[in-house]
Design a protein around this ligand. Structure first.
Ligand SMILES: Nc1ncnc2c1ncn2[C@@H]1O[C@H](COP(=O)(O)OP(=O)(O)O)[C@@H](O)[C@H]1O
Ligand SMILES: [Mg+2]
Length: 404
């Protein structure tokens, strides 16, 4: 038996066990994609989910590029649409004969090979898996393409049967758009590259969880999107305005109006009561939220006169969320808000965040706690200074259902 066949069998066997360990179609595809990306050197994968309205919408994407922002280039001639309509794999051949809209579909990436495989059980068309290699890497062989075909079909027939297709979801413009963000710190002769080519969007009224190990660049990225630090390269736009090279004065005004920050260490002023900590912000903004309303929202209606040291860690953190709310910010950015807290208190904080979300506020939470992803609408996973996987969660759970 030749070596290539053995290696394909190994991939198939890994895929088989990943699928049998998965409960949902999305989970099964996710674990298959991890194996396929690793074994077949694929750089970008997107799972386009079919909806009841027969549209394809991106649910989950892997690799540094979020192609979901390019909806407008998705047309009937693209490989994705063809794979969906015909239920047959569509391969972009090397001379690009077969893929007119590839540049549109991947405007930022240098794609060397692309392939769209239907996720279909014959009876139901669940969506399309779109896979691509970087230019210069070896493209998958025909046998490997067959394996991808088998993997998606196996997922569809074993995991898809109990899952109704969702309705199409809204395509709003992003509130915040981070494109190609890079950040290198220079100390004397030493250069530390912390972020490179990081892309992600935040849409209005959603809860985004930015997940990553300690040291992967999460706080650096947050400081950049909050206008506290300038990227070495790339752009950050907020409501369509490019903030990347705004002056310090403009940034202060921008932050004051739009951004509420919550930190791991609360940053309350120790000699001021909860109410006075909130009042400090009142005076800076035009249309502040009433301090009592803010304290009510975070579940501390009767702690207004307590000093920080007369409050538990969790209560202090809730005051700091209330303080962020006083501004009526467009977005709340929370950097590891529960990292210093025990389980029960963390859940209280996350519950408070969920209450705030109900008011229409947009929230970004940075964490290294995987479980918090389950309450998010969108998850961005970071590794070594890059966003390498993102997905939409159609069924966020209540904070009280999280367990760790
Ligand atoms: N001002 C700086 N100068 C040099 N290196 C820095 C600076 N700020 C952060 N770093 C480095 O960048 C990396 C990522 O830091 P950070 O964004 O705080 O990570 P995270 O929040 O994910 O734990 C770390 O290795 C850290 O040492
Ligand atoms: Mg950090």
């Amino acid at each position: 038996m030749d070596a290539q066949l053995v290696s394909i069998c190994q991939t198939l066997s890994t895929i088989n066990s990943s699928i049998s360990n998965s409960k949902t179609l999305a989970q099964g595809l996710q674990s298959c994609v991890e194996v396929l990306m690793h074994d077949f050197h694929l750089a970008f994968v997107t799972y386009w989910q079919a909806t009841q309205e027969s549209e394809l919408q991106p649910l989950h994407w892997y690799g540094p590029h979020d192609i979901s922002q390019h909806y407008h280039v998705f047309d009937d001639n693209s490989l994705i649409a063809k794979a969906y309509a015909s239920q047959e794999s569509q391969v972009w051949d090397a001379d690009r004969q077969n893929y007119a809209s590839i540049e549109g579909d991947f405007p930022d990436a240098s794609i060397g090979f692309a392939l769209c495989v239907p996720v279909s059980s014959y009876f139901t068309n669940y969506g399309v898996l779109q896979l691509a290699c970087e230019r210069g890497t070896e493209q998958p062989t025909e046998e490997q393409v067959d394996v991808i075909d088998m993997a998606t079909t196996l997922c569809a027939i074993t995991l898809g049967k109990n899952e109704p297709l969702p309705h199409s979801w809204a395509r709003s413009e992003p509130l915040l758009k981070a494109s190609h963000i890079a950040r290198t710190f220079t100390n004397g002769d030493v250069q530390t590259r912390v972020l490179e080519d990081t892309n992600f969007n935040v849409y209005p009224s959603e809860l985004v969880v930015l997940l990553g190990e300690s040291g992967c660049g999460k706080s650096t990225l947050l400081n950049i999107i909050a206008g506290l630090d300038e990227p070495t390269a790339g752009t950050v736009t907020f409501s369509g305005h490019d903030n990347t090279h705004a002056s310090e004065k403009e940034l202060i005004a921008f932050r004051r109006k739009n951004i509420g920050m919550v930190f791991q260490s609360y940053n309350l002023i120790p000699v001021l009561s909860a109410r006075q900590n909130l009042n400090l912000i009142d005076e800076l903004v035009q249309n502040p939220l009433d301090w009592q309303e803010a304290l009510d929202l975070v579940g501390l209606p009767d702690k207004a006169s307590n000093l920080p040291r007369q409050l538990s860690g969790g209560q202090q953190q809730r005051v700091s969320i209330a303080r962020a709310l006083v501004k009526r910010p467009r977005i709340i950015i929370a950097d590891e808000p529960t990292a210093a807290l025990d389980y029960d208190t963390s859940i209280e904080i996350l519950q408070a965040m969920q209450e705030v979300l109900k008011t229409g506020c947009t929230i970004v939470i940075v964490t290294h706690n995987e479980e918090i992803c389950r309450m998010a609408n969108r998850v961005v996973r970071m590794r070594a200074g890059k966003a390498y996987e993102q997905y939409i969660n159609h069924g966020p759970v209540a904070a009280t259902d999280l367990v760790w």
